[in-house]
Design a protein around this ligand. Structure first.
Ligand code: NAP
Length: 265
């Protein structure tokens, strides 16, 4: 009996961890629907993956800060006859400027991208997964979710939301054959710090703190396959997460206020 290939929807697939997930899943015979704003990059990656692995790879250019984007992406999947079995909620970035100096529209887009769109995509794919009694959702959180809040960044709060709700959804959905995993990388070599404008400061951090996206995705996907609700990839990140989590609130506040190398001005 031949089984039809699973289909994975990956957001933020034009670079970094998302593009790495696309390569990893294509090599495992999954069909892909790749989403990001830079459609040219998605097309190029899709063509490569189809040529290398013979898998179907569709692309949909969308800006996930547009509240209409999640519905548009899933309408497109429907039109293409693709059932989403795997959702990799990966697109993300960190704000660059202090809260009070940042126009509300910019902050609202950050929240829309990493909180609302991510949550809406999950909500829209779950009914189909429930019907088929199989689904995997990976939400990109961060080791920052275990860290104290960092001065003037929404990022740690957003990634804490992702970590918390991923576990809550996993508890609800596991009986239906759907596993949800919060993947919590630490510093990973991608375009993240170029986009954030913190490349100089990032490059001064010790090499031991950094991972390649391939290592993050390989460990993350293995955790998904084992049905783990939380994955902190890499030994150094595991130690950091375990060490930071139990900090007393006052000490955590001090650390977050003084030791964040990416503190916005
Ligand atoms: N790198 C790290 O150190 C690190 C650590 C912990 C967690 N993470 C998390 O990992 C995830 C992936 O980040 P990365 O490190 O791979 O960064 P990256 O190389 O900068 O990739 C970010 C991806 O998100 C997409 N994206 C950004 N804004 C978007 C929008 N408005 N609409 C649609 N797509 C958008 C980008 O595509 P377009 O620009 O083409 O739209 C790109 O494909 C993020 O959620 C990040 O918070 C990263």
């Amino acid at each position: 009996m031949t089984t039809s290939p699973r289909t994975a929807l990956i957001t933020g697939a034009s670079a970094g961890i998302g593009a790495t997930f696309a390569r990893h899943l294509a090599a495992r015979d999954h069909q892909l629907l790749l989403v990001a704003r830079r459609g040219d990059r998605l097309q190029e990656l899709a063509a490569q993956l189809t040529e290398q692995h013979g898998v179907r790879c569709e692309v949909f250019a969308a800006d996930l800060t547009d509240p209409a984007a999640p519905a548009a992406i899933l309408d497109h999947a429907d039109q293409q006859g693709l059932n989403i079995d795997i959702l990799i909620n990966n697109a993300g970035l960190s704000g660059k400027t202090a809260f009070a100096d940042t126009p509300w529209e910019v902050l609202a887009r950050e929240i829309q991208l990493m909180v609302t769109a991510q949550t809406e995509l999950a909500h829209r794919v779950v009914p189909g997964m429930k019907e088929r009694r199989w689904g995997r959702i990976v939400n990109l959180s961060s080791v920052a979710a275990f860290a104290p809040p960092a001065a003037s960044l929404l990022y740690t709060g957003i990634k804490s939301y992702v970590l918390n709700t991923s576990q809550a959804l996993d508890m609800e959905l596991k009986p239906h054959g759907i596993h949800v995993t919060a993947l919590c990388p630490g510093f990973t070599h991608t375009e993240f710090h170029d986009v954030m404008g913190t490349r100089d400061r990032a490059d001064h951090l010790p090499g031991i703190l950094w991972q390649q996206p391939d290592a993050v995705v390989a460990e993350g996907w293995a955790a998904v396959m084992k049905g783990k609700p939380v994955c902190v990839p890499g030994t150094v990140n595991k130690i950091s997460a375990a060490a930071m989590k139990p900090l007393p609130i006052r000490l955590g506040y001090f650390v977050g206020k003084t030791l964040n190398p990416f503190k916005n001005s």
